[in-house]
Each structure stands twice: as structure tokens, then as C-alpha cells.
Design a protein around this ligand. Structure first.
Ligand code: C5P
Length: 401
């Protein structure tokens, strides 16, 4: 556990107690300034191990057993709580000039950060960018929450409560969390052939679905990824089936469905396809001068609605998540859509924003439940949306057991 100098450090002893109670071995390091908010003696007493705050072993304050390399090697997970704006910046830059940053740079263990800071520091582009880079490197985050801040401001920046962080620790350590589940994910856009060289496509990059597949695999699930048009590499541990059109996607999904305990349909499926794709390239010379080319489009089957119907009819205990890309009235449209499709959760995203939806690394989503409950998430990386989404899926699966 690495503690940096934020007022939220006063919650760290509670967090340490919760982790020790859950059976974890905990060792703490502090930045020099963090010792002004929480006493190393408290942490030493709770963990039963020295809590260092100075880098150089030659200095009497640092016993050799808390040497930063030994600590970095010892940890299965490094939790940074609170993670100040300054520490996030230093982590992003790879600094190593104090015991905390040196340990975090030296470790190969996954990192879980619990940011805590003033709302303006949290919203500052520098912090947003630092966090985005860190999340892109696989760093997990928990919080911050919104509310009254110690500095007097209202807004996002409060460190998550110790119980919440302890739950995130359990999840981060537990690559067993989805062991036994088979997660079927669709991602990317479909291509609907017009002729042998042309197709109707859409702007989906596949990033959201690939992030879900990667996260599910990280949690120990068997993952089958049905991928439409995308240039992304297959995430580690994921079985991938490439498809072109919506009809091909439907075949692949229906074939994989019987094994699936969870389905996440992040693909952007074309609603219509050309009625009769031509066997040869359509030549413009064959059209009379000045004439338009008319394409007749016929509706594609709604794969998501079909999966939900099949699951209901079979009585299978399966959680099905749909996505909805909306450009206005996002929540109202999503509420209507979940009723129409019959899925257990709908992830609605506003594609009119330039920082959410198609072809960007971030997403601004609402989770919509069949009973009309709506949960709005802040702008997050697609990896973090995947984490949040699979946490909700885990709860829905628990409800089945
Ligand atoms: O109706 P709409 O296209 O907005 O619904 C989006 C959701 O439905 C996504 O989860 C998408 O994968 C799924 N879908 C589908 N088959 C279609 C159209 C959409 O499975 N033909």
C-alpha cells in the first residue's frame, strides 16, 4: 500500500484494517509528506511491518527489509491510496525519487490507484491525461466519488470509502472472479456487401467490445469474441471469430450462444443490408449517362433481440448486455430500447460527443436497467467502462445463483 499526501490519508488505517481482516498481508510505504497526515506508527501497528517513507537505506529511518526493490518484488498488488494529482503525474512520468515512486516504478505487480484531490485538480486536463495514460498501461482505478470535499469544494475528488477500495482490491487480485463463465462479446462494425468490392460500413472501431473481452479474460473467463470490422489485435487469452456482415455475425453468435453465460453485444450491427449484393463489381459505365444508382436495403435481423428471446424461451441463466449509440435524448431512447430488446442491462452512449463513442479511447455511458434505473458514469477510458460493466454483470450473475 502506497500512501501519498492527501487529507484522505486519514482513511488509510481503516482500509489497512479491512484488508488485514480479509486475510491480506499488507505493507505500507508513505511519501515524506504523507507522514504529516497519517502516522507510520499507526500503519506499522496495524500491519505488523515497518512503514517506510525514506528512500535511502543508509539513513537510520529505513530498515533494510523495506528496501524498495524487495518490497516491489514482494507485492502481488500495489494499492495507491490516496493517489494525489502529484503522485499520478509522477507515476505517469516514471519518477523514482522517493520511496513510494521508486517502489511503484520497480514493481511488476498490477497497480490500483484510489485518486483523491480537489475537484479542479481532478478535472484539470493534466490530471485527465495522466490518468488516461496510466489506465492505458493497465493501471486500475477506484473512485474518486462526488460530494463534499475536505477543501470546501463540492464535486468529484473524494477518495472512495475503504470498503469500496477493499472490494476493488479483491477484484484486482481475483483473476478467478469470472472463472467458469463463458463470455460472448461482439465488437466492431458490420460490413454489408453491395458488390464484390464495396460495402456499407460504420464508424465503430471495436475498442469498447475489445476492452470488455480483455477485461473478462483478465478475470479468468473463457471469452469468445465475435469481431466485425476492426484493426485491433486480439487481447491475450481471447478466442476470436472474425465476421463481415450482420448475417455472418448472427450465425457466429448463435453458434456460440449455448455455452455463453454472459453476452455483451458491443458491436455496431447495420440495421439494413443491400437486398441483392452483386456478384461482380458494379461498373458505373453500365448505367445510362446521368442516372442514379438505386440500392434497395432490407432490414437485418436484430441479433440482440433474438438472443434475449432465445434465452427467455430456453430458461437459460444468462446475463445479456446490449449497447445503444444515441445522438440525442440518450437516456429516454435507451429506456425505450431496453424494453424493446429485452436485455438485462443496456449501456447507452452519447455518440454526439467528440470524447465518447466511436473511434476514441474514452466513453461517457449510462447503465440502464430494465426497471428504468439509470446510472450515469463520468467520462472514463473504455478499459475502465469495461471494468465497471463487468462489475455490474457479476452482480447480475450473483442474482442468478
Ligand atoms: O437498435 P440499435 O442498433 O440501437 O441497438 C443496439 C444494440 O443492439 C447493440 O447491442 C447491437 O449490438 C445490437 N444489435 C443487434 N442486431 C441488430 C442491430 C443492433 O444485435 N441488427
Amino acid at each position: 500500500m502506497a500512501v501519498s499526501a492527501g487529507i484522505a490519508a486519514y482513511k488509510v488505517p481503516e482500509l489497512v484494517r479491512a484488508l488485514v481482516r480479509e486475510g491480506h498481508a499488507v505493507r505500507c510505504v508513505l511519501t515524506p509528506n504523507a507522514t504529516r497526515f497519517v502516522s507510520p506508527l499507526v500503519l506499522e501497528t496495524l500491519t505488523g511491518h515497518p512503514a517506510g517513507h525514506q528512500l535511502f537505506a543508509g539513513q537510520a529511518a529505513v530498515p533494510s527489509e523495506i528496501d524498495h526493490i524487495a518490497l516491489a518484488d514482494w507485492a502481488d498488488l500495489c494499492v495507491v491510496a490516496p493517489a494525489t494529482a502529484d503522485l499520478l503525474a509522477r507515476l505517469r512520468a516514471g519518477m523514482a525519487d522517493d520511496l513510494v515512486s521508486a517502489t511503484l516504478l520497480a514493481t511488476r505487480a498490477p497497480l490500483l490507484v484510489a485518486p483523491a484531490m480537489n475537484v479542479n485538480m481532478w478535472e484539470h486536463p493534466a490530471t485527465r491525461e495522466n490518468l488516461e495514460v496510466l489506465v492505458g498501461r493497465g493501471v486500475r482505478t477506484v473512485g474518486p466519488e462526488s460530494g463534499e470535499l475536505a477543501c470546501g469544494w463540492e464535486g468529484q475528488g473524494r477518495m472512495s470509502e475503504p470498503a469500496e477500495i477493499a472490494a476493488a482490491v479483491a477484484l484486482a487480485l481475483g483473476s478467478e472472479a469470472m472463472r467458469g463463465e463463458t463470455v460472448l462479446v461482439t465488437a466492431g462494425g458490420t460490413r454489408e456487401p453491395i458488390d464484390t468490392v464495396r460495402a456499407i460500413a460504420n464508424r465503430s472501431s471495436g475498442r469498447m467490445g475489445f476492452a470488455v473481452a480483455a477485461e473478462a479474460a483478465r478475470r479468468g473467463a473463457r471469452v469468445v469474441l465475435v469481431a466485425g470490422s476492426t484493426s485491433l489485435p486480439t487481447p491475450p487469452g481471447v478466442e476470436r471469430i472474425d465476421v463481415g456482415s450482420a448475417l455472418e455475425m448472427r450465425d457466429a453468435v448463435l453458434a456460440a450462444l449455448p455455452d455463453a453465460t454472459v453476452v455483451v453485444k458491443a458491436a455496431a450491427v447495420a440495421d439494413f443490408r443491400p437486398a441483392s449484393p452483386q456478384e461482380h463489381k458494379i461498373k458505373k459505365e453500365t448505367l445510362p449517362e446521368g442516372e442514379s444508382l438505386h440500392l434497395e436495403l432490407v432490414p437485418n435481423p436484430d441479433i440482440l433481440a433474438e438472443l434475449c428471446r432465445l434465452t427467455r424461451e430456453s430458461g437459460a441463466q444468462r446475463v445479456i448486455v446490449g449497447f445503444a449509440a444515441e445522438s440525442h435524448d440518450v437516456v429516454a431512447a435507451a429506456c425505450r430500447k431496453i424494453a424493446r430488446k429485452g436485455c438485462d442491462l443496456l449501456v447507452a452512449n452519447d455518440v454526439s460527443r467528440s470524447d465518447a463513442g466511436f473511434d476514441v479511447d474514452t466513453n461517457a455511458v449510462h447503465f440502464v436497467s430494465p426497471d428504468g434505473e439509470v446510472e450515469e458514469l463520468p467520462l472514463l477510458s473504455k478499459q475502465e467502462v469495461a471494468v465497471q460493466l463487468l462489475d455490474r454483470v457479476a452482480k447480475l450473475r450473483d442474482g442468478h445463483r
